[in-house]
Write a protein that binds this ligand. Structure first.
Ligand code: CP
Length: 362
């Protein structure tokens, strides 16, 4: 059985099969209208969401299936102390597939380790958001037509931006991809992403401090919100919240065929005067999210019966309960009965990374 916890749980070929299936769904909507008849999707959302939860819901409805779940965990037995692992075991009695969003990093992995049905990570803290990545890839495919030879600028919160981490991982498997990182000092891309993802895969990257200096070279500009909810210190948030604002004036220097993506929600990092520009693809991107989630649900349900030895959730060289994660938001530090699990760091021999959140040990 296959879960989707990290974008690299899908091979490049599997990812492209899902994108192709989404394109077929767009072209032949009626053909799929009963594909999930009798199946149930559980949406377990411990953290707020508009697009992800409702697009999963709409996706399952358009496939002829049913949806159950919660959007406020405080109204469930989570408020009485039920763990993510136990909640998953309970939901296994009611549903065929789970989509989980959680503020604890690694929660979807813990859920998958305790599940007999496929688990989809719908965002775990600031760690990963693989279904947003599928949405982004489908949007790039429809808007630009290729994944190779792209120069993509990521702007805003690259430290806590899980959508950024997941999309860089997915694009690192293509050739000719160049990454431009546009962020304030405090919100730069984490080291493990630069070293283990960009450098290990030979993806050139550069860090710059203004949008203007790189605008003419970009094929895609991926804007992100500075996420207030990820900051421990409100003054720190106030210092960086308005660091980059894209407006029609700045866009003058961009290529006519460049596309602007944003996972949304936006606050003020894209001025509304950009919305009418044909290069602004972010609302088209939202609709792509529904189609690609339809394709993902269909694919994971089709694969649910198969004995997938390739889908190893825990690396073979991982060790248990020998290290402590330094990330206070990691599920291994937030819930009881979660083993600490670490794998060797690819960039630093002798160091270890947490399998739940990719932070180093204390
Ligand atoms: N892009 C995204 O994840 O949006 P929501 O938080 O509204 O689901």
């Amino acid at each position: 059985m296959k879960h989707l916890i990290d974008p690299t749980d899908l091979t490049r070929q599997e990812t492209e099969e899902i994108i192709d299936l989404a394109l077929d769904i767009i072209a032949n909507r009626d053909k799929y209208s009963e594909s999930c008849k009798g199946k149930k999707l559980a949406t377990l959302f411990y953290e707020p969401s508009t697009r992800t939860r409702l697009s999963f819901t709409a996706a399952m409805m358009e496939l002829g299936g049913n949806v159950l779940g919660f959007s406020d965990a405080q109204n469930t037995s989570v408020s009485k102390g039920e763990t993510c692992a136990d909640t998953t075991k309970v939901i296994n009695c009611f549903a065929d597939i789970i989509a989980m969003r959680h503020f604890e990093e690694g929660a979807a992995l813990v859920s998958a380790l305790n599940s007999r049905i496929p688990v989809i990570n719908a965002g775990d803290g600031s760690h990963a958001h693989p279904t947003q990545t599928l949405t982004d890839l489908l949007t790039i495919k429809r808007e630009i037509g290729r994944f190779d030879n792209l120069t993509i600028g990521f702007c805003g919160d690259l430290k806590f931006g899980r959508t950024v981490h997941s999309l860089i991982k997915a694009l690192s498997r293509y050739s000719g991809v160049k990454v431009v990182l546009i962020a304030p000092e405090q919100l730069r891309l984490p080291d493990y992403m630069k070293k283990e993802v960009c450098e290990v895969n030979g993806i050139p990257y550069k860090e710059v401090s203004t949008l203007e200096e790189v605008m003419p070279e970009l094929d895609v500009l991926y804007m992100t919100r500075v996420q207030k909810e990820r900051f421990f210190d409100e003054d720190e948030f106030d210092r960086v919240k308005d660091c980059f604002i894209l407006d029609a004036e700045k866009l003058r220097a961009a290529k006519p065929e460049m596309r602007i993506l944003h996972p949304l929600p936006r606050v003020n990092e894209i001025s509304v005067d950009v919305d009418a520009d044909p290069r602004a693809a972010y609302f088209r991107q939202v609709e792509n999210g529904k189609f690609v989630r339809m394709a993902l649900i269909l694919t994971l349900l089709r694969w649910a019966g198969r004995d997938d030895k390739q889908n190893r959730l825990i690396p073979a060289d991982a060790v248990r309960n020998q290290h402590v994660c330094r990330n206070p938001r990691c599920i291994s530090n937030m819930e009881v009965n979660v083993d600490s699990i670490f794998r060797p760091a690819a960039d630093h021999p002798g160091e270890w990374r947490c399998v739940y959140c990719e932070s180093k040990s204390k």
